[in-house]
Design a protein around this ligand. Structure first.
Ligand code: EPS
Length: 390
């Protein structure tokens, strides 16, 4: 079972991730992990923090001579901002520390602040926001970059693009090659392949900047090169759609998930929604009329591209704050404002890729197993042979 955990707070020393269950012999390049971390930091609408950080991974266990060794992988990404917070968030208390604290006592509507402070019996929300912050996704992206390198060994790629920002949408059908070109861009605006739509999206973010507001939208993750049969129809918790939904909605600020064209499907008759089945006798393979199911039927991959969308609400830290309550006085007060982002859509796409890659690597190893890449590959190739001869 491939599993991972993260630790670390937004303004603490560092973010930490462990990943257990990866077979030995998977080639790992630090440059590839760092490139994914860089992608997570990009996009028009990011806040001041991204100017401080240049996220760089340190792999401290589980990889030797550029390959996994079948042991837990441990990774660290340092927070450069920590040096500004050593007295505000010390590990060991010291005399006079009270004056250095930065309490957050006017909880932000939409953030973890209020429920987290009440639940943990904190007088203010500082410790809650430190962990609830999307800074944590740095660790997820590092793990996802390892999962991606594993999947790449089997010709599977996972990428993303932005399809909606506030009210502005791009409905264009996108080819895999366009996503690889998008991912190779040196400058990231809003992560949309349609440049006209991207400029309209930029105007929405500009408006949010001007008015002290924030804006959300929709990103789509696409996985390419998948075999038929990852996941299972047999039990509720092995259905891949359910596992992906959990992974995507677990992302900070994501409030909804859609597989394929789910909301269009809900508004249409069955005859317009299902992807018809054909057979190419020369190529000896099944073909499909469309991919409205988003590559998943019965909780299993069906060999088409996997399409998973995340619906991202606007970031809850507003420069023009909403009404809240002072936790000390219980009087009405405006919510706390601390430096934040205005729009994080392209970054959310990159995090969605990481979460999808992790779930796919889990499902892949559930099915093909193996303590070494060679063993996994042999099992995989045997299965592909069986599918070819079906
Ligand atoms: C983030 C770092 C954070 C925020 C953002 C995500 O940095 P700071 O709090 O120091 O500005 O920019 O966190 C939030 C949006 C949030 O609501 O907490 C990052 O690295 O992605």
């Amino acid at each position: 079972m491939l599993r991972f955990e993260t630790a670390g707070e937004s303004h603490g020393e560092c973010l930490v991730a462990t990943l257990t269950g990866m077979p030995a012999g998977v080639p790992i390049r630090l440059e590839t992990i760092n490139h994914e971390l860089w992608r997570r930091q990009q996009g028009f609408g990011r806040g001041g923090r991204m100017k401080i950080e240049t996220d760089t991974v340190r792999v401290v266990a589980g990889v030797r001579h550029s390959k996994t060794i079948g042991a837990p992988i441990a990774m660290i990404v340092e927070n450069r901002d920590w040096k500004n917070w050593t007295e505000t968030l010390p590990v060991e208390d010291f005399e006079g520390s009270g004056e250095k604290r930065k309490p957050v006592d006017r909880p932000r509507p939409g953030h973890a602040d209020l429920a987290g402070a009440i639940k943990h019996d904190f007088a203010d929300a500082r410790y809650v926001l430190e962990r609830a912050s999307a800074r944590e996704t740095t660790a997820r992206v590092a793990v996802g970059a390892v999962a991606k390198q594993f999947l790449a060994e089997f010709g599977i790629g996972v990428l993303s693009h932005v399809i909606q920002c506030g009210p502005e949408k791009s409905d264009r059908v996108v080819a895999w090659e366009e996503l690889t070109a998008l991912a190779a861009r040196k400058e990231v605006l809003l992560g949309c392949v349609d440049s006209d739509a991207e400029l309209r999206m930029k105007a929405v973010v500009d408006h949010a900047y001007r008015t002290g507001d924030t804006v959300g939208g929709v990103f789509e993750v696409v996985a390419h090169g998948l075999p038929i049969g990852l996941g299972s129809h047999a039990t509720w918790d092995s259905r891949l759609d359910g596992r992906l939904a959990q992974a995507i909605v677990s992302m900070q600020a994501v409030k909804g998930v859609e597989i394929g064209f789910a909301s269009d499907g809900a508004a249409n008759y069955g005859s317009k929604v299902q992807d018809t089945i054909g057979y190419d006798k020369e190529e000896r393979r099944f073909t499909r009329g469309a991919n409205r199911a988003g590559g998943l039927e019965g909780g299993m991959t069906n060999g088409q591209n996997l399409l998973v969308r995340g619906l991202l609400k606007p970031i809850s830290t507003l420069r023009r704050p909403l009404e809240s309550v002072d936790l000390k006085t219980r009087e009405s007060a405006l919510a706390a404002y601390e430096r934040s982002d205005v729009c994080v859509l392209p970054a959310a796409g990159v995090i969605g890729e990481a979460m999808t890659a992790i779930v796919l690597a889990q499902a892949f190893l559930d099915k093909f197993g193996g303590d070494s890449l060679r063993e996994t590959r042999r099992n995989y190739e045997g299965y592909l042979e069986q599918v070819r001869n079906y």
